[in-house]
Design a protein around this ligand. Structure first.
Ligand code: SAH
Length: 416
């Protein structure tokens, strides 16, 4: 017993930064009693650094048009099975007003990478939302230019979310091909630009992307600390059947077969349990060809896209980035609708992002199948979220819930 016990492994930030191998060791840990030390450390840091309040963010998925071909994502441009929509300005503002009247002081505008959401139109929407009352605006609109980001910040946008998805450059290339018009940008460089433009900056990764190794995931965590992120959102990868990954022989990738069957049995996926598409149907269109190195394969080093790994990532992120806002994400609630959010809150998270997209659009924004909330109304979602927070003995955040990491950075800046 105890030959390689993680009970002796340190669980503090300085140790992680000094000895990054510790991160990988914790990620690989499976013993529940040893993991208890990790959960407790994360919960302690969470309480001391960001307190007991759980901040709510009302999310509106304003468009599912997308020019990108990200291999993991269900609304990728080549997926012709998606019915595309773009919300009208009035609808978005009405939805934001509903969020505010529910007592939530942050609205998140998320979309595919949709150039038709042009700079001035988005600026107008931001201005109108800010006129509704005391409300923070978070944008998650993909890779956009410095000019756009500057304009939106000037008219009142407070925060921007753009995940770097994986810190492994080869894997990133495989999953995230460039825009054909060359207008995409390096996400790490964009994160630096956002910081210079004085946004609260959020990023994150997917957990268990096929091809992702434990070492990759440990590097992702280190990069969170290096980027000094204000917000960190991570969730399990969930296989979407109408993507190049969904069409492959799913049995090849450990941990994915059960996911797709779960999604199918809950009636959300277009692929039946055990069904295998023909190899020639691997990519969405005949013009699309698989890149060299596809499909990614990490062999025995593959990170599972599971709940336990997600909690470890939340807990380690909390310890590494004590003052960041960290959500218990919708993807986590999708793979465990009963307890995902509650366990996330218990293991380092302090934010939940209930969905307020009008129901008729919500089912079309399937970046992955079975999204926890596609079948219920915004009101039901909010009630469930409030019940989860109460059950964990936590309180609902009152104000905009600005990232304490951002506030600290401002205070420490020589010229405020
Ligand atoms: N177009 C925006 C918003 C994308 S949706 C952007 O690219 O930034 C937000 C996040 O959902 C993505 O960054 C990705 O990390 C996650 N996501 C996409 N497909 C997913 C899948 N199949 N399973 C789990 N998460 C997924």
């Amino acid at each position: 017993m105890g030959l390689c016990s993680n009970a002796a492994l340190p669980v503090d930030r300085e140790a992680f930064l000094r000895e990054p191998e510790l991160l990988e060791a914790w990620l690989r840990e499976l013993d529940p009693s040893r993991l208890e030390a990790l959960w407790q450390a994360a919960d302690r840091v969470r309480r001391e650094c960001v307190g007991d309040e759980v901040h709510l963010r009302g999310i509106i998925e304003i468009s599912n048009f997308c020019v990108r071909r990200c291999a993991y994502c269900g609304i990728r441009a080549p997926n012709s099975r998606v019915t595309r929509y773009r919300m009208a300005e009035e609808e978005i503002v009405a939805c934001a007003a509903e969020i505010l009247s529910a007592g939530i002081h942050t609205v998140v505008l998320q979309a595919g990478e949709d150039p038709a959401l042009d700079a001035d139109w988005v600026a107008r929407v931001i201005r109108r939302i800010k006129q509704l009352g005391p409300i923070a605006v978070t944008l998650s609109l993909g890779e956009r230019s410095d000019q756009e980001l500057r304009l939106w910040r000037e008219v009142g946008a407070d925060r921007y979310l753009v995940r770097f998805e994986t810190s492994n450059p080869e894997l990133y290339q495989l999953y995230h091909p460039p825009r054909s018009d060359g207008r995409g940008r390096d996400r790490l460089e964009m994160l630096r630009a956002l910081r210079e433009l004085d946004y609260e900056v959020g990023s994150g990764v997917m957990i268990g992307l096929p091809g992702q190794t434990w070492a990759d995931l440990a590097n992702d965590l280190l990069l969170f600390a290096k980027l000094d992120l204000d917000m960190i959102g991570c969730g399990p990868f969930i296989l979407h059947p109408d993507t190049p990954l969904g069409n492959r022989d799913i049995a090849e990738v450990e941990g994915l077969a059960s996911k797709i069957e779960h999604a199918s049995s809950s009636g959300h996926a277009a692929i039946a349990p055990g069904e295998r598409r023909s190899p020639e149907a691997k990519w969405n269109t005949p013009e699309e060809t698989a890149p060299a190195g596809w499909p990614p394969n990490a062999g025995p080093e593959q990170v599972p896209a599971d709940e336990l790994t997600t909690y470890k990532v939340i807990a380690l992120s909390r310890i590494l980035c004590p003052w960041a806002n960290i959500p218990a994400t919708t993807a986590l609630a999708t793979i465990n609708p009963q307890m995902g959010r509650r366990l996330g809150l218990r293991r380092g998270a302090n934010v939940i992002m209930p969905n307020f997209t009008p129901q008729k659009y919500r089912k079309m924004y399937q970046i992955y199948p079975g999204k926890a909330e596609t079948i219920t109304t915004s009101r039901t979602i909010l009630e469930e979220v409030l019940a989860a927070i109460a059950a964990e003995g936590r309180s609902v955040g009152k104000g905009p819930g600005t990232s304490p990491n951002f506030l600290r950075r401002k205070r420490m800046a020589p010229h405020p």
